[in-house]
Design a protein around this ligand. Structure first.
Ligand SMILES: N[C@@H](CCC(=O)N[C@@H](CS)C(=O)NCC(=O)O)C(=O)O
Length: 208
């Protein structure tokens, strides 16, 4: 069985949603921060970076990096069609967007939410946050301008990329503004969030 190390409304939400949609058995282990807002010591043995998510595979090995988990899990059950097949013409684009979102939107989000971590000078934090908000908007604009959802990124079949992207939309500084500027993202989000396994995970994570 898979074990997902998680905290509500973090990057584990997309992995949880994918596990639900795939119908794979998993155990969820919540990783609460300690009184100093650091990862608990026991968890550093699981992920030395102290970040969630981490995923323990049935053979005992642990992987980190949420996008890698999405790719790995969707490929594990090809009959569920949550990932284009390796021979599909959309496979390269699917991998591109998953990695793009993890490398750009997710990291812009982290700078926006934790700006004080990105400089040795505390008074740099508000400038770092303002720039992160601009970068996040640019990250999503580039993405939105290159997709043609109907209603999912790759046509009428949901993929792990839709789930991952939808989680990231909910972390935007102003989701309503994002969706009115980029209605294609709202199309992806609305269709993805209606899928029962996704809706279940969003609700458990307190996401809207
Ligand atoms: N690159 C990692 C980033 C994971 C990450 O930064 N997770 C955040 C929560 S969304 C975290 O645990 N941060 C540590 C903290 O909040 O102190 C991934 O994609 O899994």
């Amino acid at each position: 069985m898979h074990i997902l190390y998680a905290r509500k409304n973090t990057g584990s939400a997309a992995v949880e949603a994918l596990l639900e949609v795939l119908g794979l058995a998993y155990e969820l282990r919540e990783v609460e921060k300690d009184a100093d807002q650091n990862a608990p010591t026991w968890y550093l043995k699981i992920n030395p970076r102290g970040e969630v998510p981490a995923l323990q595979l049935p053979d005992g090995q642990v992987i980190t990096e949420s996008a890698a988990m999405m790719i790995y899990l969707a490929d594990l059950k090809p009959e569920a069609n949550l990932a284009p097949a390796t021979t599909s013409p959309t496979r390269a684009s699917y991998l591109r967007w998953l990695v793009y979102l993890a490398a750009n939107a997710y990291t812009s989000d982290l700078r926006m939410y934790y700006p004080e971590r990105y400089s040795t000078e505390l008074n740099h934090a508000s400038a770092i946050k303002s720039q992160a908000i601009r970068h996040l908007a640019r990250d999503f604009d580039i993405f939105a301008n290159q997709i043609s959802p109907s209603p999912f990124i790759f046509g009428n079949q949901v993929s792990a990329a839709d789930i991952y992207a939808s989680m990231l939309f909910t972390w935007a500084d102003d989701v309503a503004v994002l969706f009115s500027r980029q209605p294609k993202l709202k199309t992806v989000f609305d269709a993805t969030s209606k899928i029962s396994g996704v809706a279940k995970a969003w609700t458990r994570n307190g996401m809207t």
